[in-house]
Design a protein around this ligand. Sequence first.
Ligand code: ADP
Ligand code: MG
Ligand code: MG
Length: 885
Amino acid sequence: MTDKYVYSFGDGKAEGDSSMKNLLGGKGANLAEMCKMGLPVPPGFTITTEVCDFYYQNNQQFPSSLNLEIENSIAAIEKIIGAKFGDIDNPLLFSVRSGSRASMPGMMDTVLNLGLNDKTVIGLANKSGNRRFAFDSYRRFIQMYSDVVLGFDHYNFEVIMDEKKQELGVVTDTELSVEALEGIVELFKQKIKEETKKDFPQDAKEQLWGAISAVFFSWMNERAITYRELNNIPSAWGTAVNIQSMVFGNMGETSATGVAFSRNPSNGNKELYGEYLINAQGEDVVAGIRTPQSITINGKKQSGSDLISMEESMPKIFAELVNIYQKLELHYKDMQDIEFTVQNNKLWMLQTRNGKRTAHAAVKIAVDMVKEGLIDKKEAIRRIDPESLDQLLHPTLDPKAKVKIIGNALPASPGAACGMVVFSSQDAEKKSESKKVILVRLETSPEDIKGMHVSEGILTARGGMTSHAAVVARGMGKPCVSGASFIQIDHNAKFFTTQDGIIVKEGDVITINGSNGDVILGEVPTLKPNLSDDFKLLMGWADGFRKLKIRANAETALDCQTARDFGAEGIGLCRTEHMFFNEDRIISVREMILAEDLEGRKKALAKLLPMQERDFFQIFKIMAGLPVTIRLLDPPLHEFLPHKDQEIIEVANQLGVEIDYVKRRNAQLKEENPMLGHRGCRLGISYPEIYEMQARAIFEAASEVKKQYNQDVLLEIMIPLVATKKEIEILKKLIIKVELEVEAKQKIKLNYLIGTMIELPRAALMADEIASEAEFFSFGTNDLTQTTFGLSRDDSAGFLGHYQNAGIFKKDPFAELDVDGVGQLIEIAVAKGKATRKNLKLGICGEHGGNPNSIYFFHKAGLDYVSCSPYRVPIARLAAAKANI
Ligand code: ADP
Ligand code: MG
Ligand code: MG
């Protein structure tokens, strides 16, 4: 820790810069940087994140030297501006703004116009020659300060404002006269006195310290904590506080405030994209109080608005803004999200940061920036969060489906979602436990984050493309339609009505299309996504950077085709039992299991053989030229048996046996602990005829493909749940025997490997012995996690939450690999396995194969491939590239 707590910026100079985000927070660091770039930034200073830490370490006290540093910084600003903080005739006003290292949108509120009181407001009125503006600023200040610092419910003020507007017969805030505003200020102050028994603070310094403390205090408020939890931001990072001299967008028709993205954050198009409001201040644009206007003519056309764009209303300022955003992009080499204010035809920059964007836009922007020479391919890959690709792989609405569109609003976050309507975040949390829900709100606020998180999609009646709902939904990758002014919500009675009189109640199902803004009654079928050329290009670059191969877990022709289309380089896990569940064969499977002797089993297996052979033939054909790993039968047999009475009767009838026979066999086969019972290779040991049938089906299919298409099948036969070398030794002999029989019959030579899954701790520890038999290992990390923790994947859901809350598990170990424990077993198995067999092939086929953080580990552990579900293949390809960059 240094003892410098305050960093100033202004007048083309700054003590900080954009590399100092940890100390100054993102906002402060970038304000300093913009100053240094010579951009117009109102002067100010940043109190460092170290002070936040100090504040919480020291019983909410500040370092003793802080006061003097602040006094000095204020004096410097007074000199630049030519006004004095707290001065009655010529008052300097400040904004007090929070800013942490990672941007936390809407988490901590800003106080504007600080320094105003009953006297300075007159000074401001005289100095500006605009009394209305002065009182508008004062009433805003009282509102914000009371809300943020005094913890006073802003609802109180809204009631007063609404009553005043009604009394005067006006609709918008801008129509309020100066007298009306003066009256409102009085009423505000009275209300505060009434409720808090104290006068609204008049002393500028007291106001300033109040606001500074409030920002630090808010670091630990519930919504900030929730946001950090959801986004993995450590609470130790702290927030900085930015104190900045005010510029005013509410000075009349030549003033304005706005927000803009240097490229379109929805689709990535290279065009300035944003919204502004004339004669407005601060967050009016995003708060949804007035309908924001588009900055560009193009944007105005796209949104179908008839309100004048900034390009038309303020062409000179617009040109300056274009110039600045281009400079910023060149400087930061990334898409910027900027905030600005125009005071009497002068443009001021208030913020810049790398803009949040949809996955679709992220891919396009990264690829475009490589083409523009701004960044290189590695950087492009680094910029894409693999997990976010999920958004692109999400289904869209089937265009052929008949839909009943009840309205159209802003396409705030792409993708299609459908679910039951709920009207509050609490209801969303409750109902989402059993059903898919769509959260419908007038507009969302930070309190809604949890509710948004559990919803499939979000629909808001108010708010633009930069509203809270839109920004947060895009970040979460949830479909969102915003600004749906055609609906009227009754939050209490829990229904909404459309303009056409359609009533949608809580529990009714709707579908929203966040890509075009449609709101649809009922559920709509969805389609596989269509991937853009930019996406394919980027994935191609990623492939060039990765070492790990990516395979898919698939057993149907459709899944195999999807996997290939997504770029899978083979099948890492084909679960033969999935084929057993097919309607046309489950009865033969049951016959086989229920049989009491070898004869009976063989009879049933003979029926299954041609079916399995057909399945394998299909898969081998589709996966031509790529490896296919087939796992022999794995699950406990009783999983296939009928359990309900009705089912038992049906099965008995179908097989022509007594009902009691089925029941008795069911009872005999029942296990107390089936996951640790008679399953995996243990089945192959006790019923070799089952594995024999499967091996035969595999080899016959491979011969068939070789004959018909003259192509080799890169076949890998995998034996599950091996714990000892002996198991694999016995089963290998069995498989080789079948191979020789098929080869003799078909007069053909087949190439293949026999390997094992490593999914028991003993197998990992004995990997050197096992590798003398196994030609490949595939880590079955689901079972390996279960057996290492002694934790059932099927039963742990109920208490895993407690474990995570108690901090015992940081992550669900079934979703993200436990690198410390399970990872160690993998490392041991890799080392021991390779010691025995140098060219041992290594892969992983658990759920973790599609999890980016786990993939980074598998890369480091030196595996050859990961295998995951087909839809996660692109995510894995990108994560594998990032692991190697
Ligand atoms: P957030 O982190 O929520 O974006 P900000 O600190 O950026 O909060 O403040 C919100 C808005 O307040 C800004 O976009 C800007 O319009 C307004 N604002 C902040 N500081 C100033 C200032 N010095 N002068 C005028 N407006 C300001
Ligand atoms: Mg805010
Ligand atoms: Mg901001």
